[in-house]
Design a binder for this molecule. Structure first.
Ligand code: NAD
Length: 353
């Protein structure tokens, strides 16, 4: 075995159908007495339900979380937390709501208790993002890592099937790249493989039966593992491609991950054989790229960049942009290689691998 460094991130997890019932106990466990409950406007009903479970431990609800954490929203929420004299925040929702909790924690040091309702995995990472003047700034800070996470599959039964699928692929992408990360290690690899297995198994059940508790539990367990590996691993070509396509052409984030992943994995197939064996095994497939492409197809998710708004005339520029800053990837990245990958992804062609 090669030498490695592994640093576990602290955090308490309570998992299970109806686990939200343990919320008051978990707030006590944090040593907190007055919580501000955060949500998006769309999930205000959930936030009010969470607040009512907290009774006297709830100081109020702030239902204004928005995509990519606009700095104005964060500033208002921080002001509200100070005005109410809260000593913790409860973030009930997806990555946007948890992201708002992180912005508050970054400035105030308040602890976060997260109740995730998508598979984004932000609750397991010390990564935060804030958007100002249209620019998203990201960073890492241990203060933003939630102190406790309640995973309750019952709260995810209403997550639309299309969003469940793209959210699942986004999570699988984190685990797949963690398997060949520069700072990879056997513990992370074990979690990543299990995360891919659980997520792939769960999402097939969820698509055929969205209110299936077993399928939802598998997905949320997979989300936990995939988020945890994102929290400790560096990413590679796949994430660079998605960042460029999302940032410069405004392609939808999770859908872009879904289209690109089988192609990025095919690109790295020969250079990272152990990672590929693990991905293929997790998917019960003969090859990693084939297994991922087959899963996208079976789930009816987008297969091509053309379908999600990319123009063929922009592929050359995208390939150039990917080459502008060097970064780690198991296979050396060339402009021709990236251009060929983008061509396959644009057309939705089955990747060779
Ligand atoms: P989201 O939080 O933006 O949610 C999308 C919509 O779905 C919102 O209206 C939300 O209220 C609604 N929703 C969420 N869960 C639901 C449920 N169970 N039932 C019904 N509606 C529900 O989406 P997301 O994909 O979870 O998060 C995306 C954001 O998270 C992005 O900004 C991304 O950058 C960030 N993110 C950050 C990290 C990190 O480590 N910092 C990791 C992953 C994602």
């Amino acid at each position: 075995m090669t030498s490695f460094t592994f640093e576990a991130l602290p955090g308490r997890v309570v998992f299970g159908v109806n686990a939200v019932e343990h919320l008051p106990r978990e707030i006590d466990q944090l040593g907190a007495r007055r919580a501000l409950v955060l949500s998006t406007p769309q999930q205000e009903t959930l936030a009010r339900d969470v607040a009512s479970r907290l009774g006297a431990r709830s100081a109020g609800v702030y239902p204004h979380a928005a995509m990519h954490v606009p700095v104005e929203v964060a500033d208002t929420a921080i002001g509200e937390a100070a005005r109410l004299g809260v000593d913790c925040v409860v973030a009930a929702g997806g990555g946007s709501t948890i992201g708002l909790g992180k912005a508050i924690a970054l400035r105030s040091g308040l602890p976060i208790l997260a109740i995730p309702t998508t598979y984004a995995g932000s609750e397991m990472t010390p990564i935060y993002g804030l958007t100002e003047g249209g620019l998203k700034r990201t960073g890492r800070d241990p203060r933003v890592l939630p102190k406790a996470v309640i995973y309750d599959p019952a709260l995810t039964l209403e997550l639309a099937a299309t969003m469940s699928v793209t959210s699942a692929f986004n999570a699988i992408a984190h685990a797949a790249e963690a398997l060949y990360a520069q700072n990879g290690n056997p513990i992370t690899a074990m979690m990543a493989e299990e995360g891919i297995r659980a997520m792939a198994q769960g999402i097939e059940r969820v698509v055929s039966k969205p209110r299936d508790e077993q399928g939802r539990s598998d997905c949320l367990y997979g989300a936990w593992l995939c988020g945890a590996v994102l929290g400790t691993s560096s990413m590679a070509l796949h994430h660079k491609l998605c960042h460029v396509l999302g940032g410069s052409w405004n392609l939808p984030h999770a859908e872009t991950h879904t289209v690109i992943l089988p192609h990025a994995i095919a690109f790295n197939q020969a250079a990272a054989p152990d990672a590929m064996r693990r991905i293929a095994r997790a998917l019960n497939a003969t090859s990693a790229a084939e297994g991922l492409f087959g899963l996208v197809k079976r789930l009816g998710a987008p297969l091509s960049l053309a379908e999600i708004g990319m123009k063929r005339g922009d592929l050359d520029r995208a390939a150039s942009l990917v080459m502008t800053q060097p970064y780690y990837n198991p296979r050396p990245v060339t402009q021709e290689g990236v251009r060929a990958l983008l061509e396959d992804a644009f057309l939705g062609r089955a990747p060779l691998g």
